[in-house]
Structures are given as C-alpha cells and as structure tokens.
Write a protein that binds this ligand. Structure first.
Ligand code: BES
Ligand code: MN
Ligand code: MN
Length: 465
C-alpha cells in the first residue's frame, strides 16, 4: 500500500525522535530507585496514545506499577485487536561495558544495521517495538485506514514478572475482550528473512541460600573441619546436569512434549549457520543437551541455568575466610505442558535432598510462568504472514523462541485469546545486555507491517463470518 510507505517516509524523522525521547527515561522496574522514572514513562505512553488517535486513554492503578490502557472502538461489528507491550526496561548494568550511556540514545551504523540502529536500554526490548504500534495507529488514523477496533494495554512490570498485570487482567475480562492479542516483544531471523514466533518458553526462577557455620570463619583455623557453603553450593549446582547435559531433577522431563521427527525436520529448515553463531559469540564450540541441535536446545527443550552466584570475599586482594552463606539465582526455562509451580516444587525438593547435613538450604521462588505455542492454522497467523510477505517480499517462517513472556498464557486462560507474536528485533540486538540497540530499518518495517496485519486480519475475519 503506497500510502503507508509515503506516510512513513514523510514522518520518519519524527518517529525516530519521539522514540529517542522515550528512551531517555530510565524506566527500570527492578530497582525502586527508578520509581519516578517508571511512572513518568507511563504518563509519556498515555500522552503518545492520545496523540496517536486513541479515543480514551487511562492510567490504571494496580498494587504495583500502572497499566496504560487505551482504545479506539469504531464498530461493534468489527474485530478487536488487543495490543500488548511493556514500557519498563531491564537494569543497564554492567554500565562500564556500554560504549555510550544507556539512557542517552544515539544512532550508529553496524554491519547488520547499515541504515543505523538506536543504541539505548529498551531500544528493542520493548520501548522501540511497543512504540511501533503507537506509530502504526497514528498512521492508520491519520490516513483513514483503521479497519477495526483496537485496545492497547502497556504494562510496567514485564521485566519483573508481570504480577500487577495478572491482577489487572483477572479483574477486567470484559473491558479487555478481544479477538486476537498482538505483541511485538520477540525477534525475527534476519532483516531479509522475517519469522513469526510460534512458541515461548515458560520459566521458573528461584534463589537458593546455603548456610554453613553461623558466622564467617578464619579459613586456616576452621578450613577443612566445617562445610564451606560456597564449595557445597557449587558442587550441588554442578550435580544438577549429567554428562549428557540432561537435567537430573526427578520428574523434570515428565510432561515435556517430544516433537515428531517431521516437526524437527521442519524446524531444521530455518536458515542457521553454526559457524556464524559461534563467531558472533567468540566461542570455539557450542554446548548443550546431547541429541539436540542448537536451535532445538534454545527453543523446544527445557534448561536450567545459574544467573548469578555470590558469597565470601570478592573485594581487592585476598582475605582468608570461610563465609557463613552462599547464594545463587537459578532460572529454569520450560516448554509447553511443564507446569512452572510443579517444576519449582520438584527443584526445591531435589535441591534440599542433595544437600549434606553440614549445611542448611533455603529455596525462595521468585516468579515464573507457563510456556505458550500458537497454532499456525488460524486467521491471526495467516494475516501476519500476508503482512510480512507484502512488506518484506518473502514469506515469514514460523519459529519457536527460547524467551518467555509469561503473561501470554494468561491471555489464553483469562481472555480466551490467541496471541500473535510479530517481533522485529534480532538476536544480535543485545537485549538485556550492554549496547542494546534496535535497527532503524526494523523500527520502520514494523510500522509498515503492523497496519497490513490489521487490514488482512479484518478481511479474513469478515470472510469467516
Ligand atoms: N521480550 C522479552 C522476551 C523475549 C525476547 C522473548 C526475545 C522472545 C524473544 C521479555 O521482555 C523478557 O525479557 N522476558 C523475560 C521473562 C520475565 C519473566 C522476566 C525473559 O525471557 O527472561
Ligand atoms: Mn520484552
Ligand atoms: Mn526483556
């Protein structure tokens, strides 16, 4: 559609500048020190939605950070798309590894983004991708081509588990009623090969604490005679995988869905270069569960990873000490049918059972969520594929992702809705890492593709009546 492209080329500098403004506020939900910035960002999103053409926009209070809700209802006879995104971002640390300050966005060219990319925390995850939807709405209202109803629900706690959004969704089923949920908070294969995310992994995130003696001890006077919590913790963690990198927690794989050889062969058709993957990460060899490919290991298989581990003396020089306590944060990525509450229990039971009597173990569950798979035989997927095919000139490939957006399974349970995951980020965009960025090409392509989804989704729903 020519008028989509001409509207974008006419307004693209402003689209980019508005996103840059939004990225300047450090809306870090994990750290209470940034509370005012998170709240300020919610207000900015509200204003942006109003300007883009939403009829009503509200800041909805919750026990935590507010939900920004907006809608433009044009007719009860037309389908309703619910757009979800998040305005919170991950912490920026380690800050010293950023080439430019994380909340002073700049545009730089890279090999993968010859047209430039915006470098800032949240550029891709998820402010940039969320804002594509706001600008797509502006485009559709300004050019008189919004074909259906739209509701926006943008939250501020995705990066910390979406607790307040669960609370909100459970209390607002009527208000949030929709035909399909649309999210851009995932990635695609490459700028020349779009893909549609058809699966997300679930998550169980726990913190463990090992306590040995009741105080820190001189490692000469007591070393060798009492359990060292750090030695014990690392040994316990190491024992969680066997020599084939299988997880040994009893019952862990009970409900894991085994894909058929046909499905695995289908997956293997997605373009993937092992050497390029290794080179990009500067590793000599990949690693993982025996019997599975890299793409399988990071999508259809569950995992267990230590995300952080600490204890004892980590300051300058040496201090001879046996610490009283040692800690680790552990995440388990789950696949559909694994229940995260059950996995958390299995982990807790097993972890306690392998500890020697010389230490005490505490396991604290943090948060979690169920995995999700979208069917590809529905009009939502078909409309998305038509939209990508038109804007990129090639068909999209369905691909399961390794990441998690736990709230998606709740949309199915509470709102009875399927979700379409139209992500425009790339794995190399460094989300959650230093130097996060989002390609200008990707940002503008998103704004171009989204209205096409609205158009084809509405057309296909009418045909289905
Ligand atoms: N947008 C990501 C999830 C994602 C990224 C899915 C890329 C697929 C591809 C989201 O913001 C995120 O980081 N989720 C967390 C889970 C959450 C409970 C903290 C994650 O996956 O670690
Ligand atoms: Mn995200
Ligand atoms: Mn994230």
């Amino acid at each position: 559609m020519q008028h989509i492209q001409s509207y974008i080329s006419e307004h693209k500098d402003r689209f980019i500048n508005e996103l840059i403004e939004l990225l300047k506020t450090p809306s870090i939900s994990a750290d209470p020190a940034y509370k005012n910035d998170v709240l300020k960002t919610a207000d900015a999103v509200k204003l942006a939605l109003e300007k883009a053409g939403c009829g009503t926009v509200e800041i909805c209070e919750t026990p935590g950070y507010p939900i920004v809700y907006g809608e433009k209802i044009i007719s009860e006879d037309l389908p309703t798309i619910l757009v979800y995104g998040h305005y919170d971002v991950q912490p920026a640390d380690p800050i010293e590894l950023w080439d430019s300050p994380p909340f002073e966005p700049i545009i730089k060219k890279t090999d993968i983004h010859p047209e430039g990319a915006i470098f800032a925390r949240g550029a891709c995850d998820d402010k940039g991708q969320m804002y594509m939807h706001v600008k797509a709405l502006e485009l559709m209202t300004q050019t008189n081509q919004l074909p259906c109803n739209v509701k926006f629900m943008i939250e501020g706690e995705e990066e910390v588990g979406s607790e307040s959004l669960s609370w909100y969704v459970k209390r607002n089923q009527g208000k949030l009623a929709n035909d399909i949920v649309l999210i851009s908070d995932t990635g695609m294969i490459s700028n020349s090969q779009p893909s549609i995310t058809t699966g997300l992994r679930g998550l169980s995130y726990v913190e463990v604490e090992i306590t040995g003696p009741n105080r820190d001890l001189h490692s000469g006077l007591y070393g060798g005679a009492v359990a060292n919590p750090i030695n014990i913790l690392t040994k316990m963690i190491a024992s969680l995988h066997d020599e084939n990198n299988h997880i040994v927690i009893p019952g862990f794989y009970n409900n894991v869905e085994e894909l058929s050889l046909e499905e695995r062969a289908e997956m293997a058709k997605a373009p993937f270069l092992l050497e390029g993957y290794q080179d990009a990460l500067d590793i000599d060899e990949v690693f993982g569960e025996k019997g599975y490919t890299t793409n399988e290991r990071n999508s259809i298989r569950p995992t267990l990873d230590v995300n952080g581990i600490w204890g004892g003396y980590i300051g300058e020089g040496a201090k001879t000490v046996i610490a009283s306590k040692a800690y680790a944060k552990i995440s388990m990525r789950l696949v559909p049918n694994q229940d995260w509450h059950e996995i958390t229990e299995l982990f807790t039971e097993h972890f306690k059972s392998i500890a020697p009597k010389s230490v005490k173990v505490k396991v604290t569950p943090h948060h979690g969520g169920q995995g999700y798979v979208t069917p590809i035989d529905n009009i939502g997927y078909k409309a998305a594929n038509k939209a990508y095919t038109e804007s990129f000139g090639v068909q999209a490939i369905p691909q399961r992702s390794g990441g998690s957006i736990p709230i998606v399974s709740l949309f199915e349970e509470e709102l009875n809705s399927k979700t379409i995951l139209m992500g425009f980020g790339l794995d190399s965009d460094a989300i959650h890492s230093p130097n996060e960025h989002f390609g200008i090409f990707n940002y503008l392509k998103g704004i171009e593709t989204i209205p096409l989804f609205y158009k084809y989704y509405t057309e296909l729903s009418k045909r289905n009546l």
